[in-house]
Write a protein that binds this ligand. Sequence first.
Ligand code: AGP
Length: 607
Amino acid sequence: MCGIYGYIQSKSQKKPLEQCLDGLKNLQYRGYDSAGVATICDGDLIAFKTVGKVDLLNSLIGSKKYELSMAIAHTRWATHGGLSTENAHPQIDYQNTLALVHNGIIENHIQLKQFLEKKDVTFLSQTDTEVVTNLISYFCNQMSIKEAALKAISMIEGSFAIVFIHKNSPDSIFAIARSCPLAIGICDHTSDVYISSDPSSFSSSSYHTTFIDSDEIAVISNSSLLIYDFNGKIKEKSGSHLVVKNKDITKDGFDHYMHKEIHDQSFLCREILQKRKHQDSFYFSELKKSEQKIKQTKHIDIIACGSSYNAGLIAKEFLERLTLFPISIHLASEYRYTFHLDKKDTTCIVISQSGETADTLAALRYKKETFLQTIALCNVESSTLTRECDLFIPLLVGKEISVCSTKAFTSQLLNLYLLGIHFSNVLGINHQKLISEINNIPFAIDDILSKENIIKEYAHKYSKYPFFLFTGRKDMYYTSIEAALKLKEISYIPAEAMPAGEMKHGPIALIDKNMATVAFIGNEEISSKTLSNLSEINARNGQILLFASEIPSHITKDVILINSNGSNTFAPIPYSIAGQLFSYHLAKNLDREIDFPRNLAKSVTVE
Ligand code: AGP
C-alpha cells in the first residue's frame, strides 16, 4: 500500500527533508509500518529509514543542515518482507546509485530476482521493491536512466507507483506508475514541485496538477516536467488546477481521533440532512443529469470493501423496498473472480471512504463499460474513484483520521438511505412516512452519545472475554457484522457475527460461560424471534449483552437501552454508533493503539 512523497525546491526556501516529512505525515493513512527519506547531497546518496511512524525519522536526521534541492520519501504498509529497516523504503540499489520508493505489488518479483541474480546482482531485503530498484539500476549500465526505467517496467507485472532518484541526475526525480495514483503538483506561487500518492497531502497552496497514467514516466526537475509514454515519446498532458487547504486536524480534547469522530456524527448527520433537504423531501443535485438513467435502471449493483461494504449490506433491503429494483451487493475483493450474469441497465454504486481502495477500483474497472452509470459514494473528492466514476456523491464528513471508520461509515449509510429516497422521487414512488423518521436520526444519535458512560461500564466489564459473538436479525444482523469488525480492528479480540436464527445450526456449540454474545434488537417486528434465540444461548450459560429498545429481563441483566426515536427503519445508525462506542471503550480499557491499530492502514491500496 504505502504512501510516496517527493519534493523539488524551486523558488521557496523550504527544506526538502522537512518538506517530505511533513508530506509523509499526511500519507500515514496508507500505512505506518516504517518510514524513510532519501536525497542526493554533494553527489552522495543519503537515506534515513526507521521502523514505525514518520515522527521517528526526525531524530535520525538530527540537526545537521544539508544543502539540498530535492528529496523523496515513503511510509510503508508491509506486503513483502517483515517490519525491518532493511525492508523499509527507500530501497538502495546494489551499485549504490539510486534510491527508490514504491507503492503496489510487483507480481513477478521472484522471476525478476532470479534474472538479476544470474547477473550477480545481490539483494539485502525481502522486498519486491528492491527487485525493481536493482532492475532499473542494472539497465542503467546499458542505457539512459529514463530508458532503463521504461525497460524495467516493460518487464514488471503488477500495479505500482514508483519514484526514484539517481546519482547521475542529482537534480531530478523520476516517477512511473501503473494503475496506482501518482500526482505531480507545481505550486502556482513558488514553482516548487510536489509528487505524491495523494495530492491532498501537498502543502496548503494552489497547484497545476498532473496524474501519471499507466506506463508513463515523468522526469521532473525544478525547471521542467517531461512526461513520456511507454515508447519514450513525449506526451502533452493538460492537468488540472487544485487548491489544497491542509488544516491541522486536532483531537479537540478527546484522547483519540476515533472518539472525536464518533462524537462528530450527530452534527455531521444534521449537516448532511440539511444539505440534501429539498422541499418536503431529499434530493441530490449531483444526480440531476442522471434522472433519465435512473428511470432506465433495472438493477443496482453495490461494490465496496470492509465497513463501506457493510453500509451497503445494511441499506440493501431499504433500497430494494423503496426503488423496487433488485439490488446486488458485492465484496470488491471477490468481484473480479466471481461469475456475473451480465445484467442490462444496471446502475453501479461504488462506496469507499478513501476512493483509493485497490480492490474497489479493480472491481469498478472490471465491469465499468457494462454499467448504465457509475456513482461514487466517497469522502475524497480528488480520489481515483471519484475521477473514474460518472457521478460523485461526497460523504461530507471531513477527513477521517482514525483507521477504524466511524463517521464515514455512518455517512455512507445515511447517504444510501437518502439515495433511496432520491431514486424513489425520480421514479414517482411514495415514501412520505420515512421523511420524518429520517429527520429523527440525529436525535437518536444524541441519545446514544448521552449514554456513553453506561456503554463504557459494560465495555470494561466485557473486556475480559477472549471471544465475542455479535448477533441480530435482518438489518440488525448486518449491523452486528459492522460492530464485530470494529471490535476486531481496535481490540484484536476475535469476534464473529452470526444471524441469531443460525446459532442453532452449529455456532451454538461455541457457547459456554467464557463466550460473550452482543445482541442488537432494533427491529421490533422480529424481536421476539431474536429473543428466543438468545434464550437458547442463555440456557447454555453464555454471557449476553443486549442493545435493545426495551428490557427483556428474562434474558440478561446487561442491557443498554437504545432509543431509535420511533424508527425501526433507520435503527442501524444509532445501533452502529453504540457498537462503535462499545468497541472504543473496550479497546481503550485494554490499552490498544486505537487510532492506528497494528497491521492495518486507512487506505488499502494493494489487492
Ligand atoms: C473500517 O473500519 C476499515 N478500516 C476498513 O474495513 C475499510 O472500510 C475498508 O478498507 C474500505 O476502505 P474504503 O472505504 O476507503 O474503500
